[in-house]
Design a protein around this ligand. Structure first.
Ligand code: COA
Length: 272
């Protein structure tokens, strides 16, 4: 068993991440404002653990990932912790990122990054591992790693290139650009901005409300199908979409939606 696998096996308890539940919505807050919510090993490990635990929670309808305070969503890797690491430990850290952010990415419920303040390096990569991103008007973000003599190591070059195309990512990464919220919206880094003066978390909570009444099996199937799109050739992708559709076809939620339509009422989805 590798060190990363051992760490993941023994993960448990919050170290730097607080969890709040508001009905079907979970809010995970990176809570290290004195380090601008930087990603220590324990924070990354905890995010992975919460993602795996959340994936088994049938009552969960959406997750919001955010940062404590108004200065930072997340300032990237914890550079103070990193300073004490030898090369092999950095390699292990990158493997930990990969496993934990993959598990976040694979969650069967929508995961929204609520970006308040800065999201640099690994912080933006964390947001890119979420399904949707909303930022306050004062947020700034970028994949700034080349300014530290490294490159994005938590999926940034791959995930962002799939989202917005290679040439835009080259511009952002090669110049280590720090984008304003308006620029990030124009680049397609975020889906939307909070209203002027509104906090990103508040805007994310409003945005997530429809998920509380949506059909969970359809939402999970849609996420799987869309996530596969950038990895598969079209014919294979279409077959995969068909397999995802099948999960909804045999669900009680589908028959409930048809019944509700004919009875001119709102469907009541139970995730069955
Ligand atoms: N890791 C560890 N600590 C960090 C950090 C990080 N990534 N980013 C900020 N901090 C710490 C600072 O060292 C400082 O601690 P101190 O008070 O003990 O000196 C504290 O957080 C506040 O940071 P400061 O720089 O004083 O605040 P600021 O509001 O002026 O700037 C940032 C905030 C995030 C813009 C700036 O700290 C920064 O550029 N950080 C590095 C971001 C980065 O390059 N991330 C990519 C990593 S791959």
């Amino acid at each position: 068993m590798s060190q990363v696998e051992r760490e993941i096996e023994t993960a448990g308890g919050s170290v730097g991440v607080t969890v709040e539940r508001r009905g079907g919505i979970a809010i995970w807050t990176i809570d290290r404002p004195d380090r601008r919510n930087a990603l220590s090993r324990s924070v990354v490990r905890e995010i992975g653990r919460l993602a795996r635990e959340g994936a088994r929670d049938a009552s969960l309808r959406a997750v919001i990932v955010t940062g404590a305070g108004d200065q930072a969503f997340c300032a990237g890797a914890d550079l103070k912790e990193r300073q004490g690491m030898v090369e092999e430990e950095v390699r292990d850290f990158l493997s930990l990122y990969r496993v934990c952010f993959r598990d976040l990415d694979a969650m069967p419920v929508p995961v929204i990054a609520a970006i308040e303040g800065v999201a640099f390096g690994g912080g933006l990569e964390l947001a890119l591992s979420c399904d949707l991103r909303i930022a306050s008007r004062t947020a700034t973000m970028g994949l700034t790693e080349t300014s530290l003599g490294i490159i994005p190591g938590a999926g940034g070059t791959q995930r962002l290139a799939r989202e917005i195309g290679a040439s835009k990512v080259k511009e952002l990464v090669l110049f280590a650009r720090r984008l304003t919220a308006e620029e990030a919206l124009a680049y397609g880094l975020v889906n939307r901005l909070a209203a002027p003066g509104q906090r990103a978390l508040e805007a994310a909570l409003e945005w997530a409300q429809p998920f509380l009444e949506a059909a969970p099996i359809a939402i999970a199937a849609a996420l799987s199908a869309i996530d596969a799109a950038s990895d598969l050739p079209l014919e294979e992708g279409l077959s995969f979409e068909r397999a995802c559709y099948e999960r909804t076809l045999v669900s009680k939620d589908r028959t409930e939606a048809l019944r509700a339509f004919s009875e001119k009422r709102k469907p009541l989805f139970r995730g069955e």
